[in-house]
Design a protein around this ligand. Structure first.
Ligand code: GTP
Ligand code: MG
Length: 431
């Protein structure tokens, strides 16, 4: 199975800062606190769009940063929240944390969505810190930083189009000239041992995935040759492109080839005949090809099927073929041919809730002997503290004490006057 990978960076918006402000009203000497809360930072949300088949778009955009919340204002005006960033992904996209490789979301069905990077909450303004003891708090919170991380998107690529035909008719050659795939090409039979997939993007930026399958021969459905193991790949494709060698050089009749392969498909699984087919008459650069094509068309009679004469070798006749394939893809529904195992897999797929937390705080020692504090909860508190206000600083110390940090520092041997660091900030340990 061919898996497309792409690494991207996502960041939820930071929450807006809360405000410290006091009412100024005529005749009232000391108005009450009136600082509004900051708005919530926006989330980065992935949503499944069944119109997408590949991760191609992520090759052009790799950074997704959601808007921050606005800061709170005076007169108790709350900041506006950021507008969520909606990112479309194809069905079947698995989102993993790049660092830990844990699965964040398994996005399967159209319309399914998951928050990939949560925005931070808004910081509270000073009106929210009024207590009977402190009626004029000079204290507010900064916005909570949005979650940021590197993620990996993975998509198992299923072919939209399968190239079928006898060995050596030029299936791999065709794939190699319309996509950037580099399959092995040679003049002996069964060159291709496992399917190769190529992504095709036309000038109007429509994309689809094409697979060259190992050559089929008579009896393939019973396991003769190689192709039978891969017939199941055709079950998943929506359009079958039937490649026929018109040169007649191998001593076979093109029309017989056509019938033989169709019979194999039918015997393997009746429903394969429901797939729309397009015929590619390949090797038209060869001397007898034109004549063989006339005979072939006559034999087809009034069967309603499109025939595209091409030469994969000289790259002629390719564009009309690609557009015809796209048109068919757009009008052909998916064939829900899930096996039991697949169905189980689909119904068992869950959305993983993922929060990076870990321990509230971690104490380590710096080279110079200073104590270093880290950890998700503590760092978040730190980032939400506005150190411009004494009261905020005091509140932060109380919160640290409440988390048991003072106690833990003492146990690690911290003494009066020792240096303690948190992120960019440094203070003295005081008993
Ligand atoms: N003259 C001519 N030769 C071609 C053309 N397309 C492919 N060939 C040749 O046909 C031979 C077989 O090509 P492949 O693309 O490997 O054929 P295949 O159908 O993938 O074969 P298997 O993988 O063995 O099933 C190679 O020698 C190609 O160079 C064409 O349009 N004209
Ligand atoms: Mg091949």
């Amino acid at each position: 199975m061919f898996v497309d990978h792409v690494k991207v960076f996502v960041k939820g918006g930071d929450g807006g800062d809360g405000m410290v402000s006091f009412r100024r009203e005529k005749y009232i000497a000391n108005g009450g606190p009136s600082g509004g809360d900051g708005g919530k930072g926006a989330d980065v949300i992935f949503i499944v769009d069944e119109g997408l088949r590949t991760l191609m778009d992520f090759r052009y955009q790799r950074h997704f940063k959601a808007d921050r919340g606005e800061h709170g204002q005076s007169k108790n005006m709350h900041g506006r929240s950021g507008k969520h960033m909606i990112v479309k992904v194809p069905p079947g996209t698995v989102v993993k944390d790049a660092e830990t490789e844990t699965i964040i979301a398994d996005l399967v069905e159209h319309g399914q969505q998951a928050v990939i990077a949560r925005g931070g909450r808004g910081g509270r303004g000073n009106s929210r810190f009024v207590t009977p003891q402190n009626t004029a708090p000079e204290l507010s919170e900064k916005g909570e930083p949005g979650v940021s991380k590197d993620i990996v998107l993975e998509l198992k690529v299923l072919a939209d189009v399968g190239l079928v035909g006898f060995p050596s008719v030029g299936k791999s050659t065709l794939l190699s000239v319309v996509s950037s795939a580099k399959p092995k090409i040679a003049d002996y039979h069964f060159t291709t041992l496992v399917p190769n997939l190529g992504m095709i993007e036309t000038d109007d930026h429509r994309t689809f995935v094409m697979a060259d399958l190992p050559g089929l021969i008579e009896g393939a459905h019973e396991g003769i040759g190689l192709g039978h193991q891969f017939l199941r790949h055709i079950e998943r494709t929506r359009v079958i492109v039937h490649v026929i060698d018109m040169s007649g050089l191998e001593g076979r009749e093109p029309f017989e080839d056509y019938q033989t392969i169709n019979k194999e498909l039918e015997q393997y699984n009746m429903r394969l005949t429901e797939r729309p087919q397009i015929i590619v008459a390949n090797k038209m650069d060869m001397p007898d090809a034109q004549e063989n094509l006339e005979i072939f068309k006559e034999a087809l009679g009034d069967e309603e099927i499109q025939v595209f004469p091409i030469s994969a070798l000289t790259r002629t006749g390719l564009d009309p073929l690609l557009y015809a394939i796209l048109d068919l893809l757009e009008t052909t529904p998916e064939f829900p041919m899930l096996t039991d195992a697949d169905e189980e897999e689909a119904s068992n797929s869950v959305l993983y809730k993922h929060e990076t937390t870990g321990p509230d705080f971690i104490i380590s020692r710096d080279d110079d002997g200073a104590f270093m504090l880290s950890g998700y909860t503590l760092e978040r508190l730190f980032q939400m503290t506005d150190f411009n206000f004494d009261q905020s600083v005091r509140k932060f110390s109380r919160q640290m004490r409440g988390m048991g940090i003072d106690e833990a520092l003492r146990e690690r041997g911290a003494k009066n006057g020792d240096i303690v660091r948190i992120m960019s900030y440094e203070f003295e340990f005081l008993e």
